[in-house]
Design a protein around this ligand. Sequence first.
Ligand code: ATP
Ligand code: MG
Length: 152
Amino acid sequence: ERVEVCEVIDEVVDMLSLKAEQKSIGLSAEKDGPMTMLGNRDRVKQMMINLVDNALKYTEVGEVNIKITSTGNWIKITVSDTGIGIPEEHLTRLFERFYRVDKGRSRNQGGTGLGLSIVKHIVLLYKGKISVTSNVNAGTTFEILFPKDSEQ
Ligand code: ATP
Ligand code: MG
């Protein structure tokens, strides 16, 4: 199935804009025009929901920004927030099932710790790559690369 990534992201923004509004957090998406990949639309959407849901959940002030750009044969998606951040020692285990960063701070949020393991699973399924950078009390950015559909 050919998936138009920017369309999916628009739907995710629509879906989560109320949650952002309730916390007074800005939610925006910057797009570079249509970009298609091969995959299952619902899976790609679920992946984006999990990332944006986290960004909103672990941010108290500021904004969540999604960016879709094209780099060579890859579609690059970034989800950035201005939230609580993730201490470096947790970054390597973040994508494990049930793993949650739980030391103090505002970690009394509900959740099972499955969201990011599902994200990673979907990224690998479509031969993509994922990386994360974070600064405590400043914010977090997840970057995903997916191979472009060569037919476009
Ligand atoms: P679930 O997604 O299953 O409802 P969850 O959000 O706790 O629960 P994951 O989405 O897998 O689980 O995230 C794992 C952990 O990584 C979270 O518990 C949180 O500590 C940390 N985390 C994930 N995204 C962010 C983010 N954007 N900012 C800060 N911490 C994050
Ligand atoms: Mg989550």
